[in-house]
Structure formats: structure tokens, C-alpha cells
Design a binder for this molecule. Structure first.
Ligand SMILES: [Zn+2]
Length: 375
């Protein structure tokens, strides 16, 4: 039996592997940080054996509540990911699985590799609507890829969509894939119409270093990028520094920051009631956004979420709050589940790349309904 994680996004450490029903592992801490929760590893030599894979340090993870009612994903071909029975006793997370092939991958959610990210960026630029460019370098010297979509014009709204500040939230990449596919489809009247009125600035992966390193939450310097927006540091959080610089150059009329949530089995949005300049205009815009999305895609809902900030109490280090504050615009954190949408569950896949993709494409319909009223 072999266990490995030395590949893009991999994360696991072996404690012991005495027998198939007693495989003991632990999740490695994020780079220069104490956070951990993302896992992604390969198990070999196991065809037909009932395996019990125990993650011994599960209770020390970033959000241990995330293990409750959670089932890990597995794949034989890294294209199709399915859920496998998983249980949590308050200490140890145990995956029970009898693999049908000799080699199998397990993960916290369907991974999205750096190569796939580069493919997406470069496939997108083949559209005459899209320009791909790097706006700076990450801590480890990788490109920070920005896609500009549509033709800038004096009266065009500027819409920013960013993803993977938290690298372990891979559903955000699948969301962006669905979003881009539809936005670049010139046979889709909704996209054509929206692009007559807006230009999009899309960052499919803000934290490529953290993604490759197999982190849940931080970049290569150990920084949680989503706490850096009030005052980003070019050394520790260059990813945010360069994005904010570009936002100031282009301006922002709407900002969507795409995430995954460990705990809640729903899709929801964290809103900006708590920012200092929140007013009636912003409130009605936010409500219009919510009600349109609920109508367009029932995977979105507003019953379950983080709860609103009290007026003036928002944390302006967080991207959506800082951008809403700085640009006086609608700015939202979109959260998808690691587990499933409890209202419309799929026991085979749980929340999946496909559902994330459809949610991403559906938000373009929402933008169409509010684009004229943005800022
Ligand atoms: Zn997040």
C-alpha cells in the first residue's frame, strides 16, 4: 500500500499504515501558518480491500464543524469525483471505502489544478472579447492572471469577479469556469446584452501559490489574503496589492468575491450592511440582486448565512467590505458549500464542480437585471 501527495495541490502526511482498515494520516498545516483542512492524496495497492482511512488531527482543523455531515470526494480518473462514506467522532475523520481500482485519489473537494487554471486563461483569450494579462507576481513569483472581457467605454459599468483568495475553496474555480463559458458565449443573448453595458475584470485564481501548495486558507507567506484589503503589503500579500492597484485604475461598480464555506450546507452571500457608507440605494440594489438570483437558480438562497453585521461594524480588511466601502458599490462574498445544498441534495456527488459551474453561469442573468442600476 502506498500513500502520496507530492503533486499540485496535494496535502497529507502518513502516520502509520499497518493494515487496510487502519490507515492513519494527518493533514499538513498551511505554509507558514497553523491553519489546515484541505487534503488531497493518492492511495495505491488497494483494489477490492475495504479501507478505513483515519485523519487523526481532524479536530484541530480550521473549522472542525465542517466535518459534521461531510463526505469526502474520491476519483479514479480525476475527472469524475464521487462522495464516499465519511464519519467524524469529534476527534478523528474516518473515510470508509472499498476501491474498485488499484489507485484512487481522495480530497476535501474536487481539486482544480494550476495547469487547468492556465488552460482556462488561455482558452478564454481566444475569444475576441477577452484579453489575458498578468498584473504582477505572487510571493513565489507566479503570474497573477487577469482576464478583461468586453470593450471598455465611457459609460460601461466595471464588474470585478475574483476567486480562490482561500486556495482550498476549489469550488470557486468551477464557478468561474461556468461564469466565463457563458460570458464568452456570443450566442447567449443575456451575455451579449450584459457586455453592451459592462466590462468584466475576472481573476480566476487570486492565490495560485496557496493552491499549488495544498493550503486551505493562506498564500506562500502564510497570509490570509481576505484580511489584507485595507492595507495590502507588496511583500506579504502582493496578490491583493496588485489587484487593488488595478481596481483603483479601472474603478469598480460591482465586485463579487467567490468562496466556499466549510460549515453551512447552502449557497449564500455575505453582504455589506456593516460598511460605513451603506445606504438605501445599496440596500435596494442588494435586495434586487438576491431576489433575481433566487428566481433564476434555486441553488441560491438567503435564509441561511452568516448573519448581518451591525451598522458600522463590518471588518474592512475583508475584500467585499473594503471594496464596497472604497468604491461605494455593491460588493458581495459568494459562499458555496463543501458538503451539499441541503435544500436540493445529491447524495452521489454532494455539492459538485457541475453545480458550481451552473451557479457561476446563472449569476450573469442576475447581473443583467441590475446592471443599469449599478452605482
Ligand atoms: Zn473563503
Amino acid at each position: 500500500m502506498d500513500i502520496s501527495s507530492n503533486f499540485d495541490g496535494g496535502n497529507i502526511q502518513v502516520i502509520s499504515k499497518k493494515s487496510f482498515d487502519d490507515i492513519r494520516l494527518k493533514i499538513r498545516k498551511d505554509t507558514n501558518s497553523d491553519f489546515f483542512q484541505w487534503f488531497y492524496f493518492r492511495l495505491q495497492g488497494v483494489e477490492g480491500y475495504p479501507c478505513k482511512i483515519k485523519i487523526m488531527n481532524a479536530s484541530g482543523a480550521f473549522e472542525p464543524v465542517g466535518w459534521k455531515d461531510f463526505n469526502a470526494v474520491a476519483s479514479y480518473d480525476r475527472l469524475n469525483w464521487f462522495r464516499v462514506p465519511t464519519s467524524y467522532d469529534g476527534q478523528v475523520l474516518t473515510i470508509d471505502h472499498k476501491p474498485e481500482y488499484n489507485s484512487v485519489f481522495y480530497a476535501y473537494f474536487a481539486p482544480y489544478s494550476y495547469e487547468k487554471h492556465l488552460d482556462l486563461v488561455h482558452a478564454s483569450q481566444l475569444s475576441s472579447l477577452c484579453v489575458a494579462e498578468s498584473i504582477g507576481n505572487t510571493v513565489q513569483g507566479r503570474d497573477i492572471d487577469l482576464l478583461t472581457i468586453g470593450y471598455p467605454g465611457k459609460d460601461k459599468k466595471k464588474i470585478w469577479v475574483i476567486a480562490r483568495q482561500h486556495p482550498g475553496e476549489t469550488m470557486a474555480s468551477w464557478f468561474i469556469e461556468g461564469f466565463l463559458k457563458r460570458l464568452l458565449d456570443q450566442n447567449d443573448a443575456v451575455s451579449v446584452k450584459v457586455l453592451q453595458k459592462a466590462v468584466f475584470y475576472v481573476l480566476p485564481n487570486v492565490n495560485v501559490d496557496g493552491s499549488i501548495l495544498g493550503n486551505i486558507r493562506v498564500n506562500a507567506a502564510g497570509i490570509n489574503l481576505n484580511r489584507e484589503w485595507a492595507n495590502p503589503n507588496r511583500r506579504g500579500s502582493p496578490e491583493v496589492y496588485y489587484i487593488l492597484k488595478k481596481m483603483i485604475e479601472t474603478d469598480v461598480d460591482l465586485n463579487l468575491d467567490i468562496h466556499g464555506d466549510e460549515a453551512l450546507p447552502y449557497n449564500f452571500v455575505s453582504s455589506i450592511e456593516g460598511i460605513p457608507g451603506f445606504n438605501k440605494r445599496m440596500e435596494s440594489l442588494q435586495n434586487a440582486f438576491f431576489s433575481a438570483w433566487i428566481k433564476i437558480n434555486p441553488d441560491f438562497q438567503t435564509k441561511h448565512g452568516y448573519g448581518k453585521n451591525e451598522p458600522g461594524k463590518a471588518n474592512l480588511n475583508i475584500c467585499s467590505k473594503q471594496i464596497g466601502h472604497k468604491f461605494d458599490c455593491l460588493s458581495l462574498t459568494v459562499e458555496m458549500p463543501f458538503k451539499d445544498n441541503k435544500d436540493i441534495p445529491n447524495p452521489l456527488t454532494g455539492w459538485s464542480p457541475e453545480r458550481s459551474d451552473r451557479l457561476g453561469s446563472s449569476v450573469i442573468g442576475v447581473i443583467q437585471t441590475i446592471v443599469d442600476d449599478l452605482r
